[in-house]
Design a protein around this ligand. Structure first.
Ligand SMILES: C[S@@+](CC[C@H](N)C(=O)[O-])C[C@H]1O[C@@H](n2cnc3c(N)ncnc32)[C@H](O)[C@@H]1O
Length: 263
């Protein structure tokens, strides 16, 4: 059956593209439900470890493979382009930057950077053993570790750049994760693909990511920027991936590039 379907899709590329679009729309984020104040703490505690699910790596990687293939063929992939640009724009000392991605999943940004011709020394960590196992299998020459973003095992200033890889939104204790990112960064911290709300307080959702129940937090932007400043970080660039604003209220997804303030 699968074989026949594959043959059919190969013969009809437009059908194949439509099927791919359907699959990715179905697969990533669905079933959003806002969490009311009452019972929220218990629900956040239940959903905090959700990304450790063993079924997530294969499901996410399927989508990533398609994006990597498109990127390799020269297509623009906005989330890749933004992170590549964020790194490229950092002042250059001539030495390759030592970069740690926290919440690295299968480590695919190492491949994105290589495709883009960006010379960095990449390492990754994730709290999911299953994701880290996949990363080690895919990229055996690179360094991956099982680490929780809220209590990283690295010394202060261990990496030139620490990328918080679109994971804060899934971390109920996110102020701790911001503080840890800042502590382990020697020069820069990048909070990639951060969902923010403008004109309203932090919003908490239960949603399905690739069919698995998780938590998603959208941060009040002013509060988030204040948290970065309080963590010893100076904002030096903001890249907006999407934004909807009406009368000063709305939401956006941005990558925030910060320089570590000298103590
Ligand atoms: C949406 S994926 C992001 C993958 C990739 N970094 C990106 O930017 O596309 C979120 C990743 O964060 C990881 N994660 C969630 N909570 C974490 C935590 N407390 N500590 C470390 N990693 C965490 C998940 O396991 C998952 O791999």
């Amino acid at each position: 059956m699968k074989h026949h379907l594959r043959k059919l899709l190969k013969r009809f590329p437009r059908l194949k593209r439509a099927a791919q679009r359907l699959l990715s729309a179905r697969g990533v984020s669905t079933d959003y439900q806002e969490l009311a104040d009452e019972g929220r703490t218990a629900e956040l505690e239940r959903l905090g470890p959700a990304w450790k699910s063993e079924i997530l790596p294969a499901r996410q990687r399927e989508l990533v493979e398609r994006e990597l293939t498109a990127y390799l063929q020269g297509a623009a992939v906005p989330v890749f382009d933004v992170l590549v640009r964020s790194l490229r724009d950092l002042d250059d000392t001539g030495e390759p930057l030592r970069v740690l991605e926290v919440g690295c999943s299968s480590g695919y940004y190492s491949e994105v950077f290589a495709i883009a011709g960006l010379v960095v020394e990449y390492a990754g960590c994730d709290y999911s053993e299953a994701f880290v196992a996949m990363a080690r299998a895919r990229y055996p020459g690179l360094n991956f570790a099982v680490e929780d973003a809220t209590a990283l095992g690295y010394p202060d200033g261990a990496y030139d750049v620490v990328i918080s890889g679109c994971c804060l939104l899934h971390i109920p204790a996110y102020p701790l994760a911001v503080a840890e990112t800042a502590r382990v960064a020697r020069r820069y911290a990048i909070f990639h693909r951060t969902p923010v709300v403008i004109g309203r307080p932090d919003m908490y959702y239960r949603k399905k990511a690739y069919g698995v129940e998780t938590v998603e937090i959208h941060f009040n932007e002013a509060g988030f920027l204040a948290l970065l400043a309080a963590s010893g970080l100076e904002l030096i660039a903001t890249h907006t991936l999407d934004e909807t604003l009406v009368d000063g209220r709305g939401h956006a997804t941005r990558s925030y590039v910060c320089r570590k303030k000298v103590a």
